[in-house]
Design a protein around this ligand. Sequence first.
Ligand SMILES: NC(=O)c1ccc[n+]([C@@H]2O[C@H](COP(=O)([O-])OP(=O)(O)OC[C@H]3O[C@@H](n4cnc5c(N)ncnc54)[C@H](O)[C@@H]3O)[C@@H](O)[C@H]2O)c1
Length: 437
Amino acid sequence: MSRLEELRQKIESREARIGVIGLGYVGLPLAVEFAKAGFDVTGFDVDADKIRALKDGRSYIEDVPESDIAEVRSKGRFGATTDFAALPRLDVINICVPTPLTRQKDPDVSHMAAAIEEIRKRLRVGQLVILGSTTYPGTTHELFVSALEDTGLRVGEDFSLCFAPERIDPGNDRFTVREVPKVVGGETPLCTDLAKSVFETIFDSVVPVSSTQCAEMVKLLENTVRAINIGLANEVALMCERLGLDVWEVIEAAATKPYGFMKFVPGPGLGGHCIPVDPSYLSWKMKSLNFSARFIELATEINSSMPEHVVDRVGDLLNERRLAVNGSKLLILGVAYKRDVGDMRESPALDVVAHLARRGAEIHYHDPHVREFEVDGHAYKGEELSDAALEGADLVVILTDHSGIDYDHVVDLAPHVFDTRNATREVTVGGDKITKL
Ligand SMILES: NC(=O)c1ccc[n+]([C@@H]2O[C@H](COP(=O)([O-])OP(=O)(O)OC[C@H]3O[C@@H](n4cnc5c(N)ncnc54)[C@H](O)[C@@H]3O)[C@@H](O)[C@H]2O)c1
């Protein structure tokens, strides 16, 4: 029996030892799921604070309860370390490191390159390496195969290599990890097959595809569809503003069509580590093939103009009340990039706050999930949502529609509310005090 066939048996008997490199929003939930499924799991991260937190039993990811960490640790199934020396004892290595953009908006592959290097130095026969970070089509084949075969070992014969995109949606409690099908594409059919066996232990359904490039493109298609359709929803919001229509009413009514329409909503701009970033990985790759990804470029242009549009509308609303942005007291409700999470990465609130502060506004904010943040070298600290804060603001601006906020009360006390998320949809009195995007 080959070493790769042996691995299949180890997976089935749960004797396979699993590693996860990068213990963030994606890696930590994945590591905990494998440990809950009965595997011995080792997590790696370069961030010593994260490792310390996990050793103390603390979770820094809202979707991973501390009770889960306590459970897997008490059973001896989960360890976390900054030391990659443990890699050779692992049978399966998942890579979940960040894939941001550089300042020039090109793919920043440095985290993946660092992870590959740690694996390359210690690769042994029989291991299965699975890349889960979102990236451009061809990354696994171009960056990983050459680096790992540099050891003299051959993919599909001595070790396996796959790409399996992550579909986690932080803050979404409608679907458990298990319920969202997992897509897997390997460098060879055996690689795909082995990764399929691993993922079948924690996912109800695994969808094999024919190559790593196909699996990479699947993920980019999913997020590009979202980015483009959010771009369309944002443009429709701008159209409705000119037409004097309520875009939210239009979208809600259109969404009653039971087929052929998928609901996307406008907002103050894109945020998070995925939707604003991933399509740029695809357009960058296409540029190298002399192909211009026009839908992506257009959606990016519209979506990235939204924070400034919000700032302009704030100026107009203050102007209507004979106030200038300069010196006005603004209370921002919600700064995280989306509802019910504390993630500030690429949050449009950063741009909105920076622009308004540059124009001289006095910014205050309340966000139950974000204690503080910094932009333009200025540190902002969250405040309680007190009656005095609502009454004392010149304008309340809702940038994130967190649940658990009494929007009736907000509208009741605030002099005026600019709602960029339709958070006030159920507010029944004080409609004349609300302006929506
Ligand atoms: N957050 C999401 O909702 C989501 C969803 C689907 C896919 N993804 C993709 O998953 C990947 C990871 O995203 P994330 O949100 O978990 O990022 P994250 O920043 O939350 O976590 C990444 C972790 O990797 C660590 N890290 C960086 N370089 C490392 C290295 N060389 N070795 C070990 N650890 C290293 C960081 O310290 C960090 O803890 C990205 O490619 C992202 O696009 C994210």
